[in-house]
Design a protein. Sequence first.
Length: 273
Amino acid sequence: ESATAFGCLVSDMWLGEFDFVSPEAFHSVFGKRYPAFSRRTQHDAQEFLICVLDDLHEAFKQVRAQLCQERQSSAAGASTRSSSGTSIITHLFEGQLSYAIRCLRCKALSDRPESFTVLSLPIPSTRVCSLQDCLECFFQPDTLTQNNQIHCYWCGSNQDATVKASITKAPQIIIFHLKRFAWQDKHRRKLSTTVCYPFSDLDLSPYISTSCHNNTEYSLCAVVNHAGDLDYGHYTAFCKHSITQHWYSFDDAQVTKIPDSAVQADTAYLLFY
């Protein structure tokens, strides 16, 4: 089972008995469940991450449901509410968006909730921008017209509308995917834009609903980098040690301590806060 293999991988990493740890065993087990990732070809780290989180969620959800069932059967007549739809993955990584949709004809307002584990942010510049610029672009109101019209229940027909997203539940760990691979003039290309991101005090309060009482300030804990282009690439990672607070670079078998200044990189692809 991939969850067991993942647990062994994490244990080997934290035991510190080796200079580096290969994830071959986890990759082998995971590849049987997701054959697309079993081949030695180029894959997208964001797509892989989502599949890993989904797979671990399903595995831990089953264990949680089994434990709840055992507690229910052992408790003499006690009523225990099952939490089979949740897991440590949803507890740590799952957030909630709400899309406020307003019909421009009758002004009726409706909300559409949507869960997320990764927020894919557009990059609004080709040279330099900030993570806040990306967030502003993602959360800015949009107008739905022509083929994108909504079907208004009150009007009984398709109508133009405005839509604005906000965070109604902020996850403990929020993951941002910088959309570096974009279409331009019918060709897909990689954006090499420098995206400046804060190491601490990332304030998400401008994008969070007033009904949400979660903590809105985050600190950077990891970065996944992508070097290369569409046809060839190499992934590395920067991770902050939770105890020493030192940053480390993970580049295949090379694990090295790096200064804080090296963590700001033009190759950043995934940001973990």
